[in-house]
Design a protein around this ligand. Structure first.
Ligand code: NAD
Length: 480
């Protein structure tokens, strides 16, 4: 049994309650770790440590802070294999994916923000020959970062790094479902020379630790990634306290396929967009709209392509889909498949749990599932499932597909496949989402703004946006 501890003031500490939650390996369906069941008392200790550390950390030069972040990146890179295995055991995703995507991306986040912070400029405005204005950006102070379970270290570092880079001290809470790699990161931070108290990692339930972070008067900003309902709850508490908030929430992303697409490429990318990470990426394209003239052809090819995506032990190199992150989520996904049947959907592929043999016999696995015959406005096509389940919906005209694509309360990402550039840009402009990919998916340039519209979020991460979020801006006007 691996016991995880909180990381407060540079030390690994037991939770004040001395209580622990059960941490599961989803591929085995069994408990393998103990996760601190922390509460507001642990948050209080962390806030104290962060407040004390702030004076020193915020007075470091930008270069000094960036150097430490780059050393953390190097430390993480040196332990890549260990972190990749830990991520897979905790989350259920294939090991090759942790190696190829999750941990390398965490390293990139650290490197990117360490460098970007050195290049963030203030503004200068000359009003006339006697008056000029300049803007100062100062760190906010103690800030909270709350992250989800689908891309654990990837999203944890995406949040804490810009906060640290700009001189803030952080109280961070990874998901209680996948706390392992965030916990290990504390060791790397200490070894890299991050001063005590600058980063504090508190584990536990959202309703205890998450809400204590949200409600703490001395935590001035909240950067949150997770479900829309949780985002609403955080806003309910933090908005009347006038906290700065960045909310990256759920999605129900359309993948729009026009008949003039590059067919082979579209089939392959659509399968990846649907089922990478078991469909547990907020950017996955789960509603696949296909122009009617190629609908049948696409359906056949897509099914063939998805059949190649084997569900297996995540430690096996050929595994394309690993385990679902938690039992509760596994049951939720299966309930949506049942709902799809009730709503008149036809299961074209999958539609059931997969029972593996050997060490994964009790793991939580679901076959990649393709459903057709559902109206665009039924629950399955409107609510976020966040698993390996997609629907195929035919369309005739551009206007019709735009109406259906924009019909959900979400607006995170969209994918468009067409070789007609004018059409691609026209549809991209009219789609209600913060991110649009044309003839590709999940191509990420960390300099670009990232986030959603409608119920998919408020604010943008990425590039200078995230760095600016973690600062207060002050304009100074001088008359000579
Ligand atoms: P979740 O909202 O249940 O939990 C996210 C985090 O919030 C966890 O650390 C959790 O402990 C904490 N939390 C829960 N209740 C809280 C509360 N009342 N106050 C404060 N914190 C609380 O989400 P999840 O199930 O971990 O993640 C899946 C969701 O995240 C999906 O909806 C997915 O679309 C979304 N997501 C969005 C993005 C994005 O960038 N927009 C990225 C990844 C995941």
């Amino acid at each position: 049994m691996q016991r995880i501890l909180n990381y407060i003031n540079g030390e690994y500490l037991e939770p004040v309650s001395r209580g622990y939650l059960e941490g599961y390996n989803p591929a085995l369906g069994s408990v393998y770790s103990e996760v601190p069941d922390s509460d507001e008392r642990d948050v209080e200790l962390a806030v104290k440590a962060a407040e004390e550390a702030f004076e020193q950390w915020s007075n470091f030069t930008q270069e000094q802070r960036s150097d430490i972040l780059l050393r953390i990146a190097q430390g993480l890179e040196a332990r890549m294999e260990e972190f990749a295995l830990a991520e897979t055991n905790d989350q259920g995703k294939p090991l090759w994916l942790s190696r190829a995507m999750d941990i390398p991306r965490a390293v990139s986040n650290l490197k990117f923000y360490a460098n970007a912070a050195l290049n963030l400029n203030g503004e200068f405005h000359k009003t006339d020959n006697h008056i000029f204005n300049y803007t100062l950006r100062s760190p906010i102070g103690v800030v909270g970062c709350i992250s989800p379970w689908n891309l654990p270290l990837y999203l944890f570092t995406w949040k804490i790094t810009p906060a640290l880079a700009m001189g803030n001290c952080v109280i961070a809470k990874p998901s209680e479902i996948t706390p392992m790699t965030a916990s290990m990161l504390g060791e790397v931070c200490s070894a890299a020379g991050l001063p005590k108290g600058v980063l504090n990692i508190i584990h536990g339930l959202g309703t205890k630790v998450g809400s204590a972070i949200t409600a703490h008067a001395k935590i001035k900003a909240i950067s949150f990634t997770g479900g829309t309902k949780t985002g609403a709850e955080i806003s309910r508490i933090a908005a009347p306290m006038f906290k700065k908030m960045s909310l990256e929430l759920g999605g129900k992303n359309p993948n729009i396929i026009f008949s003039d697409c590059d067919f082979e490429k579209t089939v392959k990318i659509s399968a990846a967009a649907a089922f990478t990470n078991q469909g547990e990426i907020c950017l996955c394209g789960s509603r696949i709209f296909v122009q009617e003239t190629i609908y049948e052809k696409f359906k056949i090819s897509f099914i063939e392509e998805v059949k190649k995506r084997t569900v297996s032990d995540p430690l096996i190199q050929s595994s394309k889909l690993g385990a679902i992150a938690s039992k509760q989520h596994f049951e939720k996904i299966l309930s949506y498949i049942e709902l799809a049947k009730q709503e008149g959907g036809k299961i074209l592929l999958g539609g059931e749990a997969v029972k593996l043999e050997g060490r994964c016999v009790d793991g939580w696995f679901i076959a990649p599932t393709i459903i057709e015959g559902l109206p665009y406005d039924c629950r399955v096509n409107q609510e976020e499932i966040f698993g390996p389940v997609v629907t195929l919906v035919p369309f005739t005209t551009e206007a019709e597909v735009l109406m259906m694509a924009n019909s959900t309360p979400y607006g995170l990402a969209c994918t468009i496949f067409t070789e007609n550039l004018s059409k691609a840009h026209r549809v991209a402009a009219k789609i209600e989402s913060g991110i649009v990919w044309i003839n590709c998916w999940l191509e990420r340039d960390l300099r670009t703004p990232f986030g959603g519209v409608k119920q998919s979020g408020v604010g943008r991460e990425g590039g200078f946006e995230a760095l600016k979020f973690f600062t207060e801006e002050k304009n100074v006007c001088v008359k000579i």
